[in-house]
Design a binder for this molecule. Structure first.
Ligand code: ADE
Length: 230
């Protein structure tokens, strides 16, 4: 079994690579695919870059060139609503793309036209594993819920309220929904686990800078535990 791990940014992938015995490195599409082992499990870990296109290209390469059996996307996200705050963890139940809008044709916002699903469901077994992992770290609150993806860093209270109302989402980020779509198209189980770095409102970019080390530490601990118990 080969597990693909995707992070968007250096800060997110670096601590994972530090846990890995790296055996080979491949470059493709300007991305470095790191092949190796964590706790004797085969891993391909890669930093895809920010946004939906980078994430989609990366996921398809993991499927085509590295034959991954599962995909785990970890990273940071903006928390939505009155419950989810920086330092918390959100495990995706499903992913939606909040910036997809073909409403002119009568589609609900978020619906990818002519696709047979509205959202992309995370794998149930991986959700359970992620929950078990979070339970090991008492100080970390974790929630399972919908994650909304778009090519926008959200730092606007009106926009985030809209995303919450429209999609019932509890976190927003910039890659998960496209990773989920590629996995859906290829029939590969996946999960998106995000540590909250900000509340996607005014000043989100400042909270983001402050909380990113905690958020990254949480994600790394969770992924290590999940792999160990896989
Ligand atoms: N990732 C972390 N915080 C975010 C935000 N506020 N919007 C989009 N992606 C994020």
């Amino acid at each position: 079994m080969i597990i693909g791990i995707i992070c968007a940014m250096d800060e997110e992938i670096k601590p994972i690579l530090e846990e890995m015995e790296i055996e080979k490195k491949y470059m493709k599409a300007n991305m470095q695919f790191n092949l190796g082992k964590i706790y004797k499990k085969d891993i391909v870990a890669v930093r895809c870059g920010i946004g939906k296109v980078n994430a989609a290209v990366c996921t398809q390469i993991l499927v085509d060139d590295f034959n991954v059996d599962k995909v785990i996307n970890v990273g940071v996200a903006g928390g939505i609503g009155d419950i989810v705050y920086p330092g918390d963890v959100v495990i995706g139940s499903s992913l939606v793309q909040h910036d997809m809008d073909a409403s002119a044709f009568g589609d609900k916002i978020g619906q990818i036209p002519r696709l047979d699903t509205f959202d992309f469901k995370c794998d149930k077994y991986l959700i359970e594993k992620a929950q078990n992992a979070c339970e090991q770290f008492n100080e970390v609150n974790h929630y399972v819920g919908i994650i909304a993806t778009g090519d926008q860093f959200i730092a606007d209270i009106h926009k985030i309220k809209w995303i919450n109302k429209e999609f019932d989402a509890i976190a927003c980020e910039m890659e998960g929904g496209s990773i989920a779509q590629v996995c859906y198209l290829n029939n590969i189980p996946f999960i998106v686990i995000r540590s909250i770095s900000d509340n996607a409102n005014i000043g989100a970019h400042m909270d983001y800078e402050k909380f990113i080390p905690i958020a990254v530490k949480n994600s790394t601990n969770i992924i290590k535990y999940m792999i160990k118990s896989a």
